[in-house]
Write a protein that binds this ligand. Structure first.
Ligand SMILES: [Zn+2]
Length: 499
């Protein structure tokens, strides 16, 4: 995500500098984390990733012997996600009435139990659930706050696959998220356009899910809306059917793993503009018709930015297609929804475009296992977007000296230990970005690029942690380089500008 609104940035800076009593959150304890980036911890004969997964949170004996639980142990969001199962696939059938802001939907969720389940949770905010089935049998359900608690007719055996079907309807309500104090997240309906910007917790505003980045899954979106509107979602558009009743059903398939906060649909008046990279990757951008020609010029750098990151990471763009969608109004932000970043009409500058493309590698392919590690998304996108402009000899809107100046007049806590209300604050973006700059200055371009490539190779399609990044820095560049990284990641004291 990148906020471009000047007012927002000023508010952050003011809040930070005038708040000496801000709580310092200790770094997350990850006692079972493998820090060498090699094999995940093995529990009960099944390999599971070690951070944020339910299997690591059930050993304290104070949870029910049978049944899923609320939360996966995220230090910032204790009730985010659910224990006892992992989702393999979401198939979302969404009937969208944009004018009435009504959703009539069925979510079919394919999952695998990691223990025997007599009940289990999904995350869902508001909306009316009309029926729930598990493996074709009606199930009973309760609602408690933002939890949908399901009791199947028969307990689900550990290690077995199961399918949940949830019918629901109503008007989706955006979520008040403590990590995004000045805005709401999730489903939005504005000026005849539906769009989704969910990071971090907003997915529960529009579909039931295991709403935590530690559980990634594939997705299919089957969207029915008025035929004069265009329906866009993540992945590849597979089908477009005119229903003959004034509605069209559009099917999008995201066949690579995706975390729930990056799932998005957009329904409105958009015009498709297509191109390809030199390697033949399809770029499909959706623009408001009135601005399409100008926006096509703005986004022309997309292919070149993708080429740059493929070279930096030594790896192909992670997904089948890429594109951006621009809303017909200002939002003050852009967000890297997987394969289809969303930009407000006021957030189409070259730096922001590069930032959201960068996130397709850092954030989308390599997701964080805990929200405390968000600098691995935003610090990377901030600094590596700068590197694109530096490499191409172009003016960069954000550069190291400017980041450092902003940090000196702002809030200097280490980005790996920010409190929740600084999740999208200056430290995560700028001190996180300066962490990479300091590392690059210390080890040189070749070792820096090797660290980036190894970090990506080991975590592509999966999740990463600060500990894994630290271990790779030490492995490739040694203990002194790790000390440099740590001096930027932790502590209240801002290190000197790296020379
Ligand atoms: Zn970002």
């Amino acid at each position: 995500m990148r906020r471009t609104s000047v007012a927002f940035l000023l508010v952050i800076a003011a809040a930070c500098s005038s708040d000496p009593d801000v709580t310092v959150v200790e770094p997350v304890s990850t006692e079972t984390t493998s820090t060498d980036g090699s094999e995940p911890v093995v529990t009960d004969g099944e390999p599971v990733d070690s951070v944020g997964e339910p299997s690591t949170t059930i050993s304290d004996g104070d949870v029910p012997a049978v049944g899923g639980r609320d939360g996966v142990g995220d230090s910032f969001y204790p009730s985010m996600g659910n224990g006892g199962y992992f989702v393999d696939d979401y198939s979302l059938n969404l009937d969208v009435d944009v004018d009435g802001n009504e959703l009539d939907a069925t979510a079919t969720i394919s999952a695998t139990a990691s223990e025997e389940l007599s009940t289990f949770h999904l995350d869902l905010h508001g909306l009316e659930v009309t029926s729930v089935g598990v493996d074709g049998q009606p199930a009973t359900f309760d609602r408690e706050a933002d939890e949908l608690i399901i009791t199947p007719a028969e307990p689900i055996a550990s290690e077995s696959a199961f399918e949940v079907e949830v019918d629901y309807e109503g008007t989706p309500e955006p979520i008040a998220d403590p990590g995004v104090p000045l805005d709401s997240v999730g489903w939005q309906n504005r000026e005849g356009t539906v769009y989704v910007a969910s990071e971090p917790s907003g997915a529960k505003s529009w579909f039931p899910s295991n709403n935590h980045p530690s559980d990634k899954a594939t997705f299919t979106f089957v969207i029915t809306a008025d035929s004069d509107l265009t329906a866009v979602a993540n992945g590849v558009r597979e089908d477009l059917v005119d229903n003959g009743d004034g509605t069209t059903t559009t099917t999008w398939n995201m066949s690579d793993q995706m975390t729930t906060y990056l799932a998005a649909i957009y329904v409105g008046d958009f015009e498709l503009r297509e191109s390809t990279t030199d390697d033949g990757l399809r770029i499909r951008n959706y623009f408001p018709p009135a601005f399409a020609d100008d926006l096509e010029d703005d986004f022309e750098l997309t292919a070149d930015v993708i080429d740059f990151y493929e070279e930096l990471f030594g790896a192909d763009y992670p997904f089948a297609e890429y594109g951006s969608i621009v809303l017909p109004f200002s939002t003050g932000f852009a967000l890297e929804n997987q394969t289809i970043s969303v930009h407000g009409l006021d957030a189409t500058d070259p730096y922001t475009i590069a930032h959201e493309i960068m996130h397709q590698w850092a954030g989308n392919s390599v997701t964080v296992a805990q929200w405390q590690d968000i600098w691995l998304l935003e610090g990377f996108a901030t600094y590596l977007a700068y590197m694109y402009f530096e490499d191409r000899g172009l003016n960069s809107q954000i550069e190291p000296q400017g980041m450092y100046s902003a940090l000196r007049s702002g809030f200097s806590i280490g980005p790996a230990e920010v409190p929740i209300d600084e999740l999208f604050g200056l430290s995560v973006y700028f001190r996180g970005g300066m962490t990479l700059h300091a590392l690059r200055v210390d080890v040189g371009d070749d070792a820096f690029q090797e660290i980036m490539a190894v970090y990506y190779e080991r975590n592509a399609g999966e999740r990463a942690s600060t500990e894994e990044f630290q271990a790779i820095v030490e492995e490739i560049a040694g203990a002194d380089a790790l000390d440099v990284v740590n001096s930027w990641l932790f502590g209240l004291e801002l290190p000197p500008f790296p020379e």
